[in-house]
Design a binder for this molecule. Structure first.
Ligand SMILES: NC(=O)c1ccc[n+]([C@@H]2O[C@H](COP(=O)([O-])OP(=O)(O)OC[C@H]3O[C@@H](n4cnc5c(N)ncnc54)[C@H](O)[C@@H]3O)[C@@H](O)[C@H]2O)c1
Length: 367
């Protein structure tokens, strides 16, 4: 039985993670030994929802417990790097929500410790585990649309109405939302060499729990990424997007186009245009309920089966560096280079995605 500790018991813990953890508790594979949150008021709320042995306001009591094997870090963002570093040093496997770190110093410190540890560090997001992502990845590898030269990705919404920290320094939509798109695009297209970005503060005041306060971090981003393979990509993200119906990801190749439908953290399938067939082909996903928190399942599976995670640390570091440099580019109004790189991601399981239907009528002029 794997003993688990959870640090940070807010929205994401009480929603998607609790659902997955409960399934493993039911199967008797995981024991939720301790949970920690600085907000003591959460203890009775959690008690009604999930079984655990201890509640601590000081997370060190979880890290100092030798019986705990795995720690989930689900706190606000600025705490992630420090807690993750400490947890690895205490010999725990770690899942950390995004971002791993909000500045280069903390990112480098955590990375160094993770690289020399024999425990797993699994940083969110887990979009590369989604079967739809993996199916698109395979199509690119097979050159179904030729060489990709342009890419677009977007993820945004109006912004959280909980957690003031989302609007403070070290929060914001880039670390919270743009991170999914950057993970997806780099996963599919490889490393980025340069970037240039603009960001702005569109809503200087936000209201949470009927309290109006001044936002301290930009909520609106347009980002241009130049990939090492020559492709140019654009990411649009913000707590400034009320709704959309556009594809999550668009990939423009020399002989066709691929569009991921829905959001990359919750894909609805994808469409391929091939010049050779002169039609759109819709691939429905049989995995519509793929849970975006499934990095947790992956971590438990890797521990039980003693196999290395498919979430690669070098890739996560690269994505985190890109985000930190996006803020730098936007602040200094200049192009910035990226120092890190990573090897192409490999997936062992072959995904099966059914072709939905051909749509000959939906051409560019008809939309
Ligand atoms: N909410 C979502 O839909 C969502 C989705 C995906 C990922 N995430 C990520 O999950 C993380 C948490 O987001 P959230 O929306 O649940 O935030 P939240 O504010 O609802 O919860 C964070 C919790 O962490 C606690 N906390 C802060 N510092 C702590 C510390 N030192 N020790 C113990 N507890 C501490 C807070 O009291 C709070 O209860 C963030 O990294 C976010 O980007 C959130």
């Amino acid at each position: 039985m794997i003993n688990l500790g959870i640090i940070g018991c807010g929205s994401v813990m009480q929603g998607p993670y609790m659902e997955l953890v409960n399934k493993f508790i039911f199967k008797k594979l995981v024991n939720l030994k301790s949970v920690s949150d600085t907000n003591l008021d959460l203890q009775p709320i959690l008690k009604k929802k999930i079984f655990f042995e201890n509640f601590f306001t000081d997370y060190n009591q979880i890290l100092n417990d030798k019986k705990i094997d795995v720690v989930l870090i689900l706190t606000s963002m600025k705490e992630h790097a420090k807690i993750a570093k400490q947890a690895l040093l205490e010999d725990k496997h770690v899942l950390v929500e995004k971002p791993m770190a909000t500045n280069m110093k903390e990112l480098d410190g955590l990375f160094k410790i993770a690289k020399s540890s024999n425990k797993f560090l699994i940083p969110a997001p887990f979009v590369t585990l989604s079967p739809t992502y993996q199916a698109i990845n395979l199509e690119l590898k097979n050159k179904t649309i030729g060489n990709v030269s342009l890419a677009r990705a977007r993820y945004g919404w109006a912004g959280p109405d909980w957690g003031e920290w989302y609007y403070k320094t070290g929060g914001g939509p880039l670390f919270d939302l743009g991170v999914y798109n950057i993970t997806t695009l780099t996963g599919l297209l490889g490393p980025v060499k340069n970037l240039v970005a603009k960001s702005s503060l569109s809503s200087p005041y936000r209201t949470i729990n009927e309290k109006k306060f001044k936002a301290r971090t930009n909520d609106n981003f347009q980002i241009m990424l130049e990939f090492k393979n020559g492709c140019i990509g654009v990411v649009t993200t913000g707590f400034t997007m009320q709704q959309y119906k556009s594809p999550a990801v668009e990939l423009y190749g020399s002989s066709g186009t691929i569009q991921m439908l829905g959001d990359d953290w919750e894909p609805k399938g994808f469409e391929i245009w091939r010049n050779s067939r002169s039609s759109w082909e819709l691939y429905n996903t049989p995995y519509a309920n793929w849970p975006w928190a499934s990095g947790f399942n992956h971590l438990i599976e890797c521990i039980l089966k003693k196999k290395r995670p498919s979430i690669k640390l070098d890739h996560a570091y690269h994505v985190n560096e890109i985000m930190i440099k996006i803020n730098e580019s936007s602040k200094k109004n200049k192009e910035v280079s990226i120092g890190s790189s990573f090897k192409p991601l490999k997936f062992t399981k072959k995904v099966k995605i059914k072709k939905g239907h051909l749509d000959h009528d939906r051409d560019h002029d008809g939309i």
